[in-house]
Each structure stands twice: as C-alpha cells, then as structure tokens.
Write a protein that binds this ligand. Structure first.
Ligand SMILES: Nc1ncnc2c1ncn2[C@@H]1O[C@H](COP(=O)(O)OP(=O)(O)O)[C@@H](O)[C@H]1O
Ligand SMILES: [Mg+2]
Length: 402
C-alpha cells in the first residue's frame, strides 16, 4: 500500500476548473447559507502553487449594501489576526462582482468528525479533548483581546463557535475557522435553511437569545458546548423543535455535567465545563485565556499532555483514507457556476466519444495517478532486482575464472 505522504500532494496536479482573479479553483468544498468555500491554488504564492481556501459570499447576499459594508470592515480586521490556532486570512477583495476571502487551508477533519469517530470508544480521551479545547480557548482569547496598530481593541467576538468550525489538521495543528465575517443577523438567520438554523441554534448563549448585547463570554459558552459534545460524543442542546432548544438553553436552570453522561471523566474537567456553561455569564470564566490555562493545567496534572505530533499520528491512524483521498471536491459546472461570472476553462473537461463533456473528477484523477505511481514503483523494484541479479551473475562468472 502506498503511504499517505506519497499520496498527499496528488491533488496538487489536479487541473483547475475555474479562475477567480489570479487564483485557480480546484473545486467546491462546502456550500453554506451565506457563502461557498472553494479549494484553490495561488500560483504567485511561496511555496509556489500553495493551496488556499477561497470563501465567496453568495451573490444574493453580497448584493445587500449592508452586508458588503460589514464584509469589508470585518475582512480588514481579520487581516490583523496572527495566531497559530486561528486560520489565517491572506487577502480579501472583489473580483467580477464577487466578494471573496483567500485564507489558509486547514487540511484535516472537524472536531465534529473526530468526536463522531471517537464515539466508538465512548468519547474523546480526556487529555486529547483538553489539548484541543485549550488551543481553541487560546485562539478565542487572542481574538477577543486583539488590538490594532494604535492599540485600540478590535472587539471581535466569534459568534459561531461550533465543532464544525474547529479543525484538527493532519499536521497536528488545531485551527479555529469562520470568524465573524458575513455572519447572518437574527433576521437573516430566520431565512436560512431549516437544517442550518437548527445546527447553529444549539450553540447560542442565553443572553444572545434574550437579545442582550453579547461579549466574549458568549463564545466561552459555545466552547463549553463543544467541550461537552466532543467528550461525551452526544449533542447537548439539540432538540426536536426550535422552541425546545431555546427552552433548554434559556429556561432550564440546570448546568450540564460531563460526569452524568460519562462518569469515568475526571471531576476537574467537569468543573471547567460547568464554569464555561454557567447560564449567568458573570459566573463563567471572565475570559477565554483563563479557561485555556485551566485546561492546560488539567493536562499537566494528568501528566498526559498531547503534543502536535501525537495528534498528527492519531489523525493518520483514524483517517487514513481521508488523508490519502484528499478533500471531497465538487467540480461540477453547477457547483463552480452557482453565482455569476466565474471563468470556467474548458481544458478541465473530458470530451467523450459521443461529443458530450464531463468534468474530470478529482477522486478519479487521484486514483489514476495512484495506479500510475504504483506501476512506476513496481517498475523501479523490478529494475533494481534485475540490476542486482545481473551484477551477482557477472561477479560469480568473474570469480569462477580464477
Ligand atoms: N480555511 C479552511 N480550510 C479548510 N476547510 C474550510 C476552510 N474554511 C471553510 N472550510 C470548510 O467549509 C465549511 C464551511 O465554511 P465556513 O467558513 O465555516 O462557513 P459557514 O459560515 O457556511 O459555516 C467549514 O465547516 C469547513 O468544513
Ligand atoms: Mg462554519
């Protein structure tokens, strides 16, 4: 079997299916209510042709002048953020009427996917969960306290801390994605698809539901929900109706307990969770930095701190196929042309004998290249064997002469 590092760069040779300014687009990674996400390549970046992610605001959303103004303002702020656990934004702009952000590609799996895989063992191991959550808490603290060059507080609140927006990369880094840019307002949220709304409702703080002005402690509440869900493998505030979800968060005074769901978890972790999930924000951690410190202290008391290389190894063991296959990309013309004005080069189409066209599928191409590489390796091995056999024969013949 080929090893993952040999396969990882294969999608690099994949032909682009569209162009956005100087960026080559390889396919669509995700489609949300407000934006769509593409994997792309920046031919002018170092290392050359580095993969990037493009987030494009959907055309019907971008046509709202208020959204445009908000996007520009927030995208500018995101350029100022530099933290190892925050997915970096490289640039933003507008091409052919499309508002976009170009950012770092967090190549890995979401905390939701990792937690779902870990359900088979009853939830994430506590030291692993603590390490991931400590990284996210550090990222949040950095962002909450970030200031501009003049030292003025930027006042950023994430507003969408969910297990989908936390990525554990194959190199063992933890990244928080999807910062306050182009977030739907409560009114817009009503118009997003039912599933999207339901998914997000279960991470909203009581004060946000009440319509109070929110602060960084709403993000801490949401991180507490991520902590509960990843360590127990169960959803916390997902109910059958919106009303029941809101009632569980706002009206039910009980603060959830990790140990009620998974009694073998250490009490110290439960204490951290309860402080993050307090209904009254004055009882929560004052800032995410304190939560990060307590999570790190937990790991050091347990003497089981998880290093990035341990995380990377674990991910390689748990998701070998995902790593070898590369990301799932939708390269269909419909996905690439869901808005106006993308230039779709024809070179990425395969022409069939009957004259119809088909987009070259990434997974198909990766398979073909993998087969080619396998053949090349077998060729190399056979070649080397032949070379050594003839060398041995020649040596034997030479020795027999004496
Ligand atoms: N920089 C990135 N690297 C890797 N995957 C990303 C990146 N940005 C977004 N994604 C993927 O696309 C999904 C949706 O993007 P996101 O920015 O979270 O938008 P939304 O506002 O629709 O949630 C994410 O959950 C993630 O799977
Ligand atoms: Mg998201």
């Amino acid at each position: 079997m080929l090893t993952a590092p040999l396969l990882a760069p294969l999608y690099r040779s994949c032909p682009p299916v569209a162009q956005l300014g100087r960026f080559e687009l390889l396919g669509r990674l995700a489609l949300g209510g407000m934006s769509e996400i593409f994997l792309g390549r920046d031919p002018s970046a170092q290392p050359q042709g580095r993969e990037i992610v493009i987030k494009r605001i959907l055309p019907h959303v971008a046509s709202d002048p208020q959204v445009r103004a908000m996007f520009m303002q927030e995208a500018k702020l995101s350029l100022l953020l530099h933290h190892p656990n925050v997915c970096s934004v490289y640039e933003f702009g507008e091409v052919d009427g499309a508002l976009y952000l170009a950012m770092e590609w967090a190549h890995g799996v979401s905390l939701r996917t990792l937690a779902a895989r870990a359900r088979a063992w009853g939830g994430l191991p506590p030291s692993l969960g603590a390490r991931i959550l400590a990284d996210v808490a550090s990222a949040l603290h950095y962002v909450h306290t970030a200031a501009d060059e003049q030292g003025r507080a930027l006042g950023i609140i994430h507003r969408d801390v969910t297990p989908d927006n936390i990525v554990i990369c194959f190199d063992g880094q933890v990244k928080l994605l999807d910062f306050g840019i182009a977030k739907p307002t409560q009114a817009q949220l009503q118009h997003t698809q039912e599933g999207v709304l339901k998914g997000k409702l279960g991470y909203i703080s009581p004060e946000q539901f009440r319509g109070d002005p929110i602060d960084a402690r709403s993000d801490i509440f949401a991180l507490g929900i991520c902590m509960y869900e990843s360590l127990t493998g169960q959803p916390l505030y997902r109910r059958n109706s919106h009303y029941e979800t809101v009632a569980a968060i706002v009206l039910d005074p009980r603060v959830p307990s990790l140990r009620r769901a998974r009694p073998e978890l250490p009490p110290a972790l439960d204490e951290i969770l309860k402080r993050a999930l307090a209904k009254d924000r004055d009882e929560r951690y004052e800032n995410a930095g304190l939560m990060a410190e307590e999570l790190k202290a937990f790991a050091s008391i347990e003497k089981r701190s998880v290093r990035s290389k341990d995380l990377a190894r674990l991910l390689r063991q748990l998701f070998p196929q995902e790593l070898a296959r590369g990301p799932r990309l939708d390269r269909s013309p419909a996905a690439m042309n869901s808005g106006q004005s993308w230039s779709v080069p024809t070179k990425s189409y395969i022409k069939r004998k009957d004259g119809s066209e088909r987009i070259l599928d990434v997974s198909l191409q990766v398979k073909l290249q993998r087969r080619l590489q396998q053949r090349q390796r077998i060729g190399h091995i056979l070649g080397s064997l032949l070379f050594f056999a003839s060398l041995t024969l020649a040596l034997a013949a030479w020795m027999l002469r004496f």
